[in-house]
Design a protein around this ligand. Structure first.
Ligand code: VG1
Ligand code: CO
Length: 563
């Protein structure tokens, strides 16, 4: 069998963002586009480690998933990879890839996904490399991949017949090259079974008062939800909606938030009929989650804080007898900080993106962490984990309901109100300005850097037209383990009331720029549970519009998405 060497030239836009390379499908379909990136990846790895290694491959099932996988198989064979572990039908959720890499001691993994971005021939595709700890490649690795793509003159590929991915089993398309198709759920489901008290969750599903609704938004978690919630834990099949993975996610955004998870939100806020006690959704690749109660939304910063508070109901943590540390990304509101203080555990504030948590976990400094962008997880793997978060909430509800009569059960609203009474309430909101002209977004950030960052209180008060404006800085993170420095991770603007807003540019878009404005206020008054987020945050929203001059720079009169 001959390997072909195909001449190619570098493609400039192959730099990976917050979470891999994300582009329109039509970009990935250009000649050599995917091949160049894959060869760049292989060239950037130490060749003696690449030869004969095992890689995990899977994706969220979006359009182009199968085409990309077959190409990667042919290139892996030609580049000396020893074995590929591929999810059945090419499917593996992002958290499952992380779990499989760790469980099988694989060298790394390739994930085909653009996460919560829409899919289909005219929408987005993406590709991401995870390293041997199961987590996203650190910047040092993605920088090397990019450099390799920019020095590329050829790529290597084998002309193999398409490998059948529909049935579990092992084939050897070439001597010294094995493809094993694995059950997409098995390793992951067994891991969840070791982490959580499954009998307690089974008992919750048997309670007549408990009703559950899970919406996979036609992403990959449908496969996991069927296996874990229904087959293993005994939830009724009607508890699952949109749980068949679709190449275009039914034409929707597979993004679990109040705007895009419309079907779930409608059911949870229905005026009539039986509204479920717990509603949940996850994104295309299964690493995000949204938690809802009956006419009730649990914000992501609150969700991770509650899970941390109830760590003892999760056997994985209870067996250890302690929490090693807690962490959140910088734009995430401080609900977890307050829990960490009370518990007296180590706390970290990291830049946006899960890879920063991985170093802390590997060093044994972090157990539970979260991001405001519907990401929650723990050190059981090195990715955020949507199904894990739902199982954590099921565990908490099971625990709180155990002492109640069978016709009652604890609700997310009860749990949150109790939490706010103990810790106070962080009120949050995010405004996204999507598809803004990149130069305009950069100019706005530059304006803040020169007119606000490091300026006096008097300057800030004038700029924001707000007498409580206090301080403004640009977030720089120094990794406590490898001491790498990540500057310019977002601009923070503080008020003397304890409120703040944060501005940063997204690193995951596939075209143009997205500006994210994050708002946060803290209310520890007895009235906190009934506060209305919109009116609590109105003053700092106004101040942010003044200070950023976002309308002037973008020509927009409001955000595209509010969450
Ligand atoms: C967004 C979120 C960030 C998250 C990242 C990847 O990044 O803000 O918190 O880690 O997506 O999530 P950005 O740079 O667009 O703000 V996922 O579910 O796409 O892997
Ligand atoms: Co995702």
């Amino acid at each position: 069998m001959a390997f072909r060497t195909v001449p190619t030239t570098p493609i400039a836009d192959q730099k990976t963002g917050t979470s891999g390379l994300r582009k329109k499908v039509t970009v990935f379909q250009q000649p050599h586009y995917l091949e160049n990136w894959i060869q760049g990846l292989f060239n950037s790895l130490p060749q003696e480690q690449l030869h004969g290694c095992t890689l995990v491959i899977g994706g969220d099932g979006r359009f182009y998933n199968s085409v990309a996988i077959q190409k990667i198989i042919c290139m892996a064979a030609a580049n000396g990879v020893g074995k590929l572990l591929i999810g059945q039908n090419g499917l593996l959720s992002t958290p499952a890839v992380s779990a499989v890499i760790r469980e099988t001691h694989s060298y790394g993994g390739i994930i085909l996904t653009a996460s919560h971005n829409p899919g289909g021939p005219n929408a987005d595709f993406g590709i991401k490399f995870n390293v041997s700890n199961g987590g996203p490649a650190p910047e040092s690795v993605t920088d090397r991949i990019y450099a390799a793509t920019q020095a590329l003159r050829e790529y290597k590929i084998a002309d193999l017949r398409p490998v059948e991915l529909s049935a579990v089993g092992t084939t050897s398309p070439l001597p010294h090259f094995v493809v094993e198709v694995i059950d997409a759920c098995e390793i992951y489901a067994r891991l969840m079974e070791r982490i959580f008290d499954f009998p307690a969750i089974r008992a919750l599903f048997r309670r007549p008062s408990f009703r559950f609704l899970f919406d996979a938004l036609s992403g990959v978690t449908g496969v996991y939800a069927k296996r874990i919630f229904v087959d293993i834990l005994g939830a009724p099949a009607e508890a699952l909606v949109n749980c068949t993975p679709l190449e275009d996610f039914g034409g929707h955004h597979p993004d679990p938030n109040l705007t895009y998870a419309k079907h779930l939100v409608d059911r949870m806020y229905a005026a009539q009929g039986h509204v479920p006690v717990l509603g949940a959704a996850s994104d295309g690749d299964g690493d995000r989650n949204m938690i809802l109660g009956d006419h009730f939304f649990v914000t992501p910063p609150d969700s991770v804080a509650v899970i941390a508070h109830y760590w003892r109901v999760i056997p994985y943590f209870a067996r250890e007898g302690r929490i090693k540390g807690l962490a959140r990304s910088m734009p995430t509101a401080g609900a977890l900080d307050v829990v960490a203080q009370r518990m007296g555990v180590e706390f970290h504030e990291t830049p946006t993106g899960w890879k920063f948590f991985g170093n802390l976990m590997d060093a044994g400094l972090l157990s539970i962490c979260g991001e405001e962008s519907f990401g929650t997880g723990s050190d059981h793997i090195r990715e955020k984990d949507g199904i894990w978060a739902v199982l954590a909430w099921l565990s908490i509800i099971a625990h709180k309901s155990a002492a109640l009569p069978l016709d009652k059960c604890a609700t997310p609203a009860d749990i949150m109100r109790e939490h706010w009474t103990t810790y106070g309430r962080h009120i949050v909101m995010r405004h996204d300005y999507e598809n803004v002209d990149s130069a305009a977004a950069a100019a706005m950030m530059q304006h803040l850097m020169t007119a606000a960052v490091g300026h006096s209180e008097a300057d800030l008060k004038a700029l924001a037209k707000d007498p409580t404006a206090q301080k403004c800085d640009s977030f720089t993170y120094t990794d406590p383990i490898d001491h790498s420095v990540s500057p310019n991770q977002g601009i923070r603007f503080y008020f003397s009331t304890g409120s703040r807003f944060v501005v940063r540019l997204s690193g995951t878009g596939s075209s143009g720029a997205t500006i994210r404005l994050y708002f946060e206020a803290y209310d520890s008054s007895p009235a906190a549970p009934t506060a209305d987020p919109k009116s609590s945050l109105a003053p700092i929203v106004a101040a942010a519009l003044n200070a950023t001059r976002i309308a002037h720079f973008t020509g927009r009169d409001g955000p595209t998405v509010v969450t």
